[in-house]
Write a protein that binds this ligand. Structure first.
Ligand code: G6P
Ligand code: MG
Length: 216
């Protein structure tokens, strides 16, 4: 048993299901550019930064754009995405997420958000859970994208705990790798086949308990 002192949570796909909004907005952009992409391809965008996601999508469509054009396209996509997340309500918190966050805090564990999204504060405020995090590190604070551990290491530092005392909750392969690269434990949210590098995989935070945390 490790001495766990903090839990660091990814946002998209762990606490809320915003992947569907990202998909809709990217699909609309691709369609405007004259091509389409599949939900399977969309899986590859999980945990991936906005700019890198755009580059992958343009590659799938065989489309080349200048840097200035890419900036405009990413902004266009984000405007549509922000319109959608502005409609979010607390009902969109994924099953078990609220209970587990509260259980962590009741058990004396520190909590952090570690997300690649630059929209994380908007989402947290819309679903009403910003107050459940001791620190929030997101796409506005980091320069190296997951699987680089920067986002999680900054979270640990802000909480005043060492990486080995942290457990990261992640639904993306790159996110699980980032946790492991940072010397942290990783709980995968999703399928064990996809998230094979995680120390434990559960289908959702509704399947997570403080007991399971202590066994890691
Ligand atoms: C998360 C999502 C990605 C998204 C990234 C950046 O990691 O899983 O799909 O591209 O955040 O989000 P943003 O809101 O800044 O465009
Ligand atoms: Mg995610």
């Amino acid at each position: 048993m490790t001495d766990i002192k903090a839990c660091i949570f990814d946002l998209d796909g762990v606490i809320v299901d915003t992947a569907v909004y990202h998909y809709k907005a990217w699909k609309r952009l691709a369609n405007e550019l004259g091509f389409d992409f599949t939900e399977e391809q969309n899986e590859q965008l999980k945990g991936v930064s906005r700019v890198r996601s755009l580059q992958l999508i343009l590659g799938w469509g065989g489309v080349t754009k200048t840097e200035a054009e890419q900036t405009e396209l990413a902004t266009r996509k984000n405007d549509w995405y922000v319109d959608m997340i502005n409609q979010m309500t607390p009902a969109e918190i994924l099953p078990g997420a609220l209970d587990f966050l509260e259980a962590c805090r009741a058990a004396g564990l520190k909590t952090a958000l570690g997300s690649a999204s630059k929209n994380s504060m908007t989402i947290l405020n819309k679903v009403g859970i910003a107050h459940l995090f001791d620190t929030i590190v997101d796409g506005n604070h980091v320069s190296a994208p997951k699987p680089d551990p920067e986002v999680f290491l900054k979270g640990a530092e802000a909480l005043g705990v060492s990486p080995t005392e942290c457990v990261v909750f992640e639904d993306a392969i790159a996110g699980v790798q980032a946790a492991k690269n940072g010397g942290m434990k990783a709980v995968g949210i999703g399928s064990p086949e996809t998230l094979s590098q995680a120390d434990l995989v559960v289908s959702g935070l509704d399947k997570m308990t403080i007991e399971k945390l202590k066994e890691l």
